[in-house]
Ligand binder design. Sequence first.
Ligand code: ZN
Length: 472
Amino acid sequence: MKKPVFFNTEGRSLAPFEPMSGDTVRIYTCGPTVYDRAHIGNLRAFLFEDLLRRTLKFLGYEVVQVMNLTDVDDRTIQRVHDTGKSLDEVTAPVIEAFFADLESLGIEPAEHYPRATEHIPEMIALIEQLIEKGYGYEAEGSIFFRIAEDSDYGRLSGFDLGQVRQGERVVSDDYDKEDVRDFVLWKAAKSGEPSWESPWGAGRPGWHIECSAMSMKYLGESFDIHCGGVDNIFPHHENEIAQSESATGETFVRTWIHAEHLIADGQKMSKSLGNFYTLGDLIEQGATARAIRYLMLSVHYRDKLNFTLEALEAATGALKRLDEMRFRLGHAVETHPGESTLKAAADQMLESFTAALASDLNVSEALAALFGLVREVNTAIDSNALAAGDREHVMSALARVDDVLNVLDPESWRTDVEDEGLADGEIDALIAEREQARVDREWSRADEIRDQLQAAGIVLEDARDGTRWKRQ
Ligand SMILES: [Zn+2]
């Protein structure tokens, strides 16, 4: 089993990774706040987490992943106020759309999706523990965390505790570093707001305590990896550490991994700039979820991802190269009598691909290895150098790669093209092959391809600038 190296946000350094117990990696990933449809910036973090979990499994580990759904917090409550709907009416359609997005993007489901509203007793119990140990105190019906009691507060985000405004309080779920004060664990109910009974009267949990309670319930007091976007580092994750460790006395998380922001057209996404995209918007405009997945995976998670329509087009082109190679390979004949060269090339690709991903998910190098093989396969086909077993060997290496990437179009795997419908990439590849056959004056092969396409309901029109096709 290849041991990976990850960049731990805590300490800001690369470190060899080893699970705490056996081969099982326990991961908590902060999920969506379900007050509004996710945009592609949110989805980037979830795609990075998918790459992480698939890589760990590829390397031979078992994964237990928990992704929470924040279905009560300041923003969902605000939406309840604004719309006059119930909390459930606000969150239910957003949750449904969220899971649909994950599915479209080929994201492997987590093992658990706990909802905050279904874990209120666990949050109350954790707050009681904090009060008992002197970290939690009551003020105006709400409960706050006293950060002056927590001597290593700030160790994840790395700021000086001396700067902290002690004894003052902040009630909002989200705030910036200039506003480091005692944060809220439990908020007293305001009239008209959804609330739950507690030892301190009716109220609702703060956002941070939700994740501490749900992660420890499903993964234990200490677990391996906690992920999120870089905007979660402060205050959310800093506060999760403070709450969890002050309550248990144990190290909460061994490795913190954070994905950088996505920007669009070089700027922060915003509705007013017209560069705000949801997955649904992009698909409506003709993009494929597969190309969006590829694009988002192809940029290293610690680099900002600049989403542009040109980049999406380039991703579509890269996938087309993969499809065409696989189609050609599926139809090539293994007539070369000598030793196979592609077996070694495929093995070498897998080795480089694995090493790259194990090195802090170095996806650029992993993809470079993959496309190196694409070139070798194309060259081998062009020079009739395929030996017996080459096709199967390369195909199985590609299938291994796709356990992680999950971008290869299953349509293009098929070789029974005469019997059923053809994918666009397959048609293009056949037309290219037919044109080559005509250049080479192999008329019977050219006619054969034409007949094959006709049988599949594809009509060809030979024009001066090439061959066009349409479906019947
Ligand atoms: Zn969280």
